[in-house]
Design a protein around this ligand. Structure first.
Ligand code: SR1
Ligand code: MG
Length: 401
C-alpha cells in the first residue's frame, strides 16, 4: 500500500521499496541504504545487501530540483531517463548501465550500481588520466547520435521518437541556463565570482556580437530535431574506471542538435584542463589536450565510417553530403563548447573543477581563461574542423592571457 501514492523517499523507505517492489533481493535479506546523490535534481539511493555482494541504485525524481525549488520539474523525466537508458544500451551496450525497473507512481528507476566506477569529474579533479576515454565516448556519441538521426532511421519512426521524448521542462532549463541568462545583465539567476564581476559585464553582458551568435545557437537548439541527444553530457554524467566508461543521467534527452552533446564533452574536458593549469599539473594538461583533439578526430572518423555502413536515407548518399553534414555538426560542437564554457562560470550551475580553486588570483585567471577561449569557440565556430583547430584556440588563449 505504501508505494501506491507518490512521496519523496528517505533511506529507510528505499530499503522497504527495494524489498517490496524489486525482484532483486531475497525477502528476508538484511539491507542498508545511503542517499548518495550530489547532482542538482534528483535523489540517488544505494541499497546494499549486508551479507551478499549485491547492490542496486534507486533514482527518484522529485517535483522540484534539489538545487532550488524554484525549478518545478515534471517527474516524467524519470520515464524519459529509463527509456533512453534502455535504448542507448541497445546502441552502445557496454557504455551504458543496465536498468531493471521503472515505477511511474513513485517516479523512480532501479539500475545497476556502478560503485566500482568513480564520477569522471571527481577523477579529473584528482588529476587522473584515462587511456580509453576518447575511444569510448566517441563510440557512445557516434552510435547514439547518428543512428537516431534521419540519416539512418526510418523517418516516421523517428518522428514518433521526437514525440515520445519531447521534454519541454528540462529543455527550458537548458534554454534559460545555457543560452539566455549567462549573457544577460537582467532577469537572470547568474552567480558571478565577485572579483570577475566587472570583467563579465564588460566582456560578456556588453558584447553585442557575442549575444547575436548565442541567439542563433539557441534557435538551433530549439529547432534542430536532429538526433536523440543525451542533453547533459558533462563529466558529472560519466562514471569511469581504467578499463570502463559508463554514461548515465540522460534525463535532459530530447531530439536536438548532435553538437550539443559533443560540445558538452569538450567544454567539460576544458574545465578539467583549466583546473590542471591552476594546480600546475602539466602531465594532466597534456593528456587533456590529446584527449580533446582525439575526441574530435575520432568522432569524425567513426561518424563517416558508420554513415557508410548504416545510412538509409536516399539523398544522404549523394556525393559530398556526409562531409557537408559533418561540418555542420562540428560548427555546432564548437558553439556549444563555448556556451557551456561560459554558462558554468557566469550562470547558476557551476562546476567543481573551477569552484574548488581557493586562491582568488588563480580562480580569477581560470575563469577568464575559460570565458575568453569560450568566446572564441562561439565566434569562430565555422572555422574549427579538426582536433588541432580546437586545441589551437585553447593554446592561443593560454599564451595571450
Ligand atoms: C536546475 S539544473 C542545473 C543544471 O544541472 C543539470 O545537470 C544541468 O546541467 C542543468 O543545467
Ligand atoms: Mg544530471
Amino acid at each position: 500500500m505504501k508505494f501506491e501514492k507518490y512521496f519523496t523517499m528517505e533511506e529507510a523507505d528505499a530499503i522497504e521499496y527495494a524489498k517490496e517492489r524489486l525482484d532483486f533481493f531475497e525477502a528476508d535479506e538484511e539491507l542498508t541504504c545511503k542517499e548518495i546523490g550530489d547532482g542538482n535534481l534528483n535523489y540517488i539511493f544505494k541499497v546494499d545487501s549486508v551479507n551478499r555482494e549485491k547492490s542496486v541504485i534507486i533514482k527518484q525524481s522529485g517535483p522540484v530540483a534539489r538545487i532550488s525549488d524554484e525549478f518545478k520539474l515534471s517527474p516524467d523525466r524519470n520515464r524519459i531517463e529509463y527509456e533512453i537508458l534502455k535504448f542507448q544500451r541497445e546502441l552502445a551496450a557496454e557504455l551504458v548501465p543496465k536498468v531493471y525497473n521503472y515505477d511511474p507512481i513513485m517516479n523512480c528507476t532501479a539500475m545497476e550500481d556502478l560503485s566500482d566506477h568513480v564520477i569522471m569529474r571527481t577523477e579529473m579533479i584528482n588529476h587522473k588520466k584515462f587511456k580509453k576515454f576518447a575511444d569510448d565516448i566517441t563510440t557512445f556519441m557516434v552510435n547514439t547520435l547518428l543512428l537516431t538521426s534521419d540519416v539512418c532511421m526510418e523517418h516516421k519512426e523517428k518522428k514518433g521518437f521526437v514525440k515520445n521524448f519531447i521534454n519541454p521542462e528540462l529543455c527550458e532549463i537548458s534554454e534559460d541556463l545555457v543560452y539566455t541568462e549567462p549573457f544577460s545583465d537582467v532577469n537572470n539567476r547568474n552567480d558571478v565570482f565577485r572579483p570577475n564581476a566587472s570583467w563579465v559585464k564588460e566582456n560578456i553582458y556588453l558584447d553585442e556580437a557575442l549575444k547575436l551568435e548565442t541567439a542563433k545557437l539557441k534557435f538551433e537548439f530549439m529547432n534542430n530535431a536532429q538526433s536523440l541527444i543525451h542533453g547533459d553530457l558533462h563529466t558529472g554524467s560519466i562514471f569511469i574506471k581504467e578499463d570502463s566508461t559508463k554514461v548515465i543521467d540522460p534525463e535532459f534527452a530530447f531530439y536536438g542538435p548532435m553538437g550539443y552533446d559533443i560540445g558538452n564533452v569538450i567544454a567539460n574536458l576544458i574545465f578539467a584542463w583549466v583546473n590542471a593549469d591552476a594546480f600546475g599539473k602539466d602531465e594532466q594538461k597534456n593528456w587533456l589536450e590529446e584527449t580533446i583533439a582525439k575526441v574530435i578526430d575520432l568522432f569524425k572518423e567513426k561518424f563517416l565510417k558508420l554513415w557508410d555502413k548504416r545510412a538509409t536515407e536516399y539523398t544522404a548518399k549523394y556525393k559530398g553530403f556526409k562531409e557537408y553534414y559533418l561540418n555542420t555538426v562540428l560548427r555546432d560542437t564548437a558553439g556549444v563548447t563555448g556556451l557551456e564554457g561560459i554558462r558554468r562560470i557566469v550562470g547558476i550551475a557551476h562546476v567543481k573543477d573551477i569552484t574548488i580553486i581557493e586562491d582568488e588570483e588563480r580562480r580569477m585567471r581560470a575563469e577568464r581563461l575559460c570565458m575568453t577561449l569560450s568566446k572564441k569557440f562561439i565566434m569562430r565556430r565555422n572555422e574549427l574542423k579538426t582536433g588541432r583547430d580546437f586545441i589551437n584556440i585553447i593554446k592561443e588563449t593560454e599564451k595571450n592571457l
